[in-house]
Design a protein around this ligand. Structure first.
Ligand code: FES
Length: 165
């Protein structure tokens, strides 16, 4: 039976094979992890085991690298990743209300992804747009001056259109 992991494993193994031809091939670990995340959308545990075996690097070291860099995801993420700023400026302007509205509307807690893989919810520290507080970021787009109502409307529009507004 073909699993989701098998789907891209050939391409990943070829990528690793190509890096083995280079000097200091173990220094290509970050590039290999990027390739794996590009193929799978995140870094499944079994894929990390394959990388460890093929690169001859202990799995513990690979986990260390994958968890150190925030851009690597160890769990599947949604098409739209929502980061709710809980920094001071946003907090005093009602970030917790915005976070609650999202949690209630999507039935999620921070760190979780909706079953339809559309949204992942995260909490963040200052997103550098304090003048627009309270602020959320969805993928790489900032939305500011939100309240419960406008947050829910934004989510509904994204759901309906399938794209960021
Ligand atoms: S505190 Fe939220 S953007 Fe700065």
């Amino acid at each position: 039976m073909t699993t989701d992991i098998d789907k891209h494993i050939g391409e990943l193994e070829q990528f690793i094979k190509d890096t083995r031809k280079e000097d200091y091939s173990n220094s290509y670990l970050i590039a290999v992890l990027h390739k794996a995340q590009e193929l799978y959308g995140y870094l499944p545990e079994k894929v990390l085991d394959v990388i460890a075996e093929k690169m001859g690097i202990p799995t513990a070291r690979i986990w260390g690298v994958a968890t150190f860099y925030h851009y690597f995801n160890l769990r599947p993420i949604g098409k739209f990743v929502i980061s709710v700023c809980m920094g001071t400026a946003c907090y005093v302007k009602g970030a917790d209300e915005v976070l609650t509205a999202i949690m209630e509307h999507l039935g999620l807690k921070a760190g979780q992804t909706t079953k339809d893989k559309l949204f992942t919810l995260n909490e963040a520290r200052c997103l550098g747009a304090c003048g627009l507080a309270p602020v959320i970021m969805i993928n790489d787009k900032i939305y500011g001056k939100l309240d419960r109502k406008s947050t829910v409307e934004l989510l509904e529009t994204i759901k309906k259109t399938g794209k960021l507004q």
